[in-house]
Design a protein around this ligand. Structure first.
Ligand code: NAI
Length: 237
């Protein structure tokens, strides 16, 4: 992919889904897939798939479809999963522990290299093989280890001060679970803010809209069409 290609964030947000489905296909021993089959699996449309993948050079072949392992490798490269960016996690409480125990950093482009907390009862404890370090050693650690990204699992009250330190240490990428949006203060940071409550409210809104007496109608993406048995149309990918 040439550096001059402009990719919209909505396409970027769909890439992990493509990645997941292709991984599933690859693990099931399926080596070839049409955009139509991929669309049905993903609840999307074939033209959407072709359009998205075209942004990255269109790896499909007319009348053949997509080569699953090749597309998977290309997508992994586009997602940058081989970069093994060094990440540190701040706040080893309930959420931090769940993330350390359950998120597979290494297959998602990152290596979790350190965990920090300020609570003396938590410092020195082990979580999934990692020793929780004292947050007072954060700056020294950053100076020597130069982490690329930080995972913020801190209460809002601590998040601003800690993210100031992280920013001063050169960290510009944040997976942010705290309810403090540091991108408002620092325009040059890359933040992925995650809010489970927002996601839950989105579900609530969709359920509410589905009620007969609802005042809103959702403009949903086109539902996948059933494959036509005698289609004359050729799949372009
Ligand atoms: P928790 O109280 O169990 O853990 C917070 C941890 O941060 C504690 O271990 C505490 O000692 C540590 N901490 C506080 N100040 C610190 C500092 N300056 N440096 C290093 N460590 C520090 O809380 P929990 O349940 O883990 O939640 C953490 C935060 O994440 C909360 O603010 C909560 O609102 C938020 N949260 C966000 C979610 C989301 O979807 N975005 C979901 C769940 C929680």
């Amino acid at each position: 992919m040439s550096k001059s290609n402009k990719i919209s964030m909505s396409v970027v947000r769909r890439l992990p889904r493509y990645y997941r489905f292709l991984l599933e296909l690859k693990n099931s021993g399926i080596y070839r897939v049409s955009s139509q089959a991929l669309a049905e699996k993903m609840g999307s449309s074939a033209s959407q798939i072709r359009q998205d993948l075209h942004c990255f050079g269109g790896f499909g072949q007319q009348g053949y479809g997509y080569d699953v392992p090749k597309l998977f490798d290309e997508l992994s490269a586009i997602l940058g999963l081989d970069n093994h960016y060094k990440a540190i996690l701040l706040g080893a409480g309930n959420l931090g522990r769940a993330i350390i125990n359950h998120v597979d950093f290494s297959s998602r482009g990152f290596a979790l290299t350190a965990v920090f907390d300020s609570n003396p009862d938590v410092i020195g404890t082990q979580i999934n093989g990692m020793t929780v370090l004292d947050v007072n050693t954060l700056e020294d650690f950053c100076m020597t280890e130069k982490p690329d990204a930080a995972v913020l699992c801190l209460p809002k009250e601590s998040a601003e001060q800690t993210s100031d330190i992280l920013y001063a240490c050169g960290i510009r990428s944040f997976w942010n679970f705290s309810h403090y949006d540091l991108s408002l203060k620092y325009s040059d940071v890359v933040t992925e803010n995650v809010h489970l409550n927002d996601s839950l409210m989105t579900l609530c809104c969709c359920m509410t809209a589905a009620n007969d007496d609802s005042q809103i109608v959702l403009n949903k993406a086109a539902k996948p069409r059933k494959p036509r048995k005698f289609s004359q149309a050729k799949d372009n990918s």
